[in-house]
Design a protein. Structure first.
Length: 391
């Protein structure tokens, strides 16, 4: 490999070039970024940047030391054998990494709607969150909850519209998510569940039942789609992202990483695409291994965290229907609690509320596939690492 082009200058792209250098690659490296900035951290966009704790989320990087040809405001527009195309012309290469991430889904309608993907989006939203402003947020997932938290704290009148019957519907089953519902009202946020949006109109939202919800600001947080349109005609297999193997290779000399990559997980027996910071942090090392002839495999226990309504929540693993649920604490009476999912006495996933050790230890136990004792696991006074069964 003489010249590797990384398309996408987010955390995954930055960590890919760093991983290649760390593993001894001395050839040419080019990093293409569609935005005018060097790589920056995206989790603060819906957390610390919105509430003013952070203003500049730029990630530290020694570009001169890394020896990377950085090209900001240069989006990849196509991929073919021997080159990555851009509006400024082709960039010849003999290896490419796709790290173009995912873009927010927008709703139909002619009214103004905000989404949250870039630092400009976050700064503009922060200015709009003024005391007394009415803010409608569509979607009660991780991002919707975090923005609602910031908006309420800024003194806005906040209404969240969710099509499902409970918040965090794509992440958690009803029995675990419903206990989080009081958090919204406790922060002064009106949560409308079982409510769909027909369109975004001037001055607010037209709901599916024909009613109108007035709002000064509308933020749409109903999910994202992988940025793959530029790969049409590339010959790669595209589905829900770029289809890659367990080594994150789409074909020889081409890898995908981060939100855009759909990899095969032997651990879970299915193809996964995980849209969270941890993937962009850990997967690039496997990409570097693959491009340099190694045999590292990417098959993690996925992890995500969220700060919402004064609580620190973490989810590690992947649960499915049929897994048995074990509670650590009672959400009705305990400020801090966790829910764990078991299958065949193995820990599959854990959702922790203000119990960070449960998330960290639970992830490690799940990674190791160790059997656990359900009775000990159900005792919140027993650390999860000590709930491992004696066999």
């Amino acid at each position: 490999m003489e010249h590797c082009v990384v398309a996408g200058a987010g955390l995954a792209g930055l960590n890919t070039v760093m991983a290649l250098r760390t593993r001894g690659y001395e050839g040419r490296l080019t990093l293409l970024g569609a935005e005018p900035h060097p790589p920056y951290d995206r989790p603060p966009l819906s957390k610390q940047l919105l509430d003013g704790r952070v203003d500049d989320p730029t990630l530290p990087a020694d570009w001169a030391g890394l020896g990377v040809d950085c090209r900001w405001e240069t989006a990849a527009t196509g991929l073919r054998d021997g080159a990555v195309d851009t509006a400024a012309g082709p960039v010849p290469c003999d290896a490419a990494v796709i790290a173009t991430g995912a873009a927010p889904v927008r709703l139909p309608g002619d009214g103004p709607q905000r989404t949250l993907r870039t630092v400009e989006d976050a700064r503009a939203l922060r200015k709009a969150l003024r005391p007394g402003a009415s803010v409608a947020i569509v979607g009660a997932g991780w991002i919707g909850a975090e923005v609602a938290t910031a908006a309420a704290a800024a003194g806005c009148r906040v209404t969240v519209v969710e099509a499902a019957a409970h918040p965090l519907a794509t992440a958690l089953p009803a029995e675990v998510a419903v206990p989080t519902t009081p958090w919204w009202a406790g922060a002064g946020v009106e949560l409308l569940t079982d409510t769909s949006v027909r369109s975004v109109v001037v001055g607010g939202l037209e709901l599916a039942d024909g009613s109108f919800l007035a709002a000064d600001e509308v933020l749409v947080a109903v999910g994202v789609r992988p940025v793959t349109a530029w790969l049409d005609g590339s010959g790669l297999t595209l589905g829900d992202g770029v289809v890659v193997d367990e080594r994150l290779a789409a074909r020889p000399g081409v890898c995908a990483v981060g939100d855009v990559a759909a990899w095969w997980s032997a651990r879970y027996g299915e193809r996964l695409r995980v849209e969270h910071w941890d993937t962009a942090l850990r997967a690039p090392a496997v990409v570097a291994s693959t491009l340099l002839g190694g045999d590292d495999v990417y098959d993690p226990v996925p992890y995500v965290w969220s700060e919402q309504f004064g609580r620190y929540t973490q989810y590690a693993g992947r649960h499915t229907q049929g897994d048995s649920l074990v509670w650590r604490g009672d959400p009705a009476t305990d400020a801090a609690w966790a829910a764990c999912w078991l299958r065949d006495d193995r820990l599959r996933a854990v959702f922790a509320v203000d119990r960070p050790r449960d998330a960290v230890q639970g992830r490690r136990v799940a990674e190791r596939g160790q059997p656990v004792d359900a009775a000990r696991l159900a005792d919140p006074a027993v650390p999860i690492k000590l709930a491992v069964a004696d066999r």
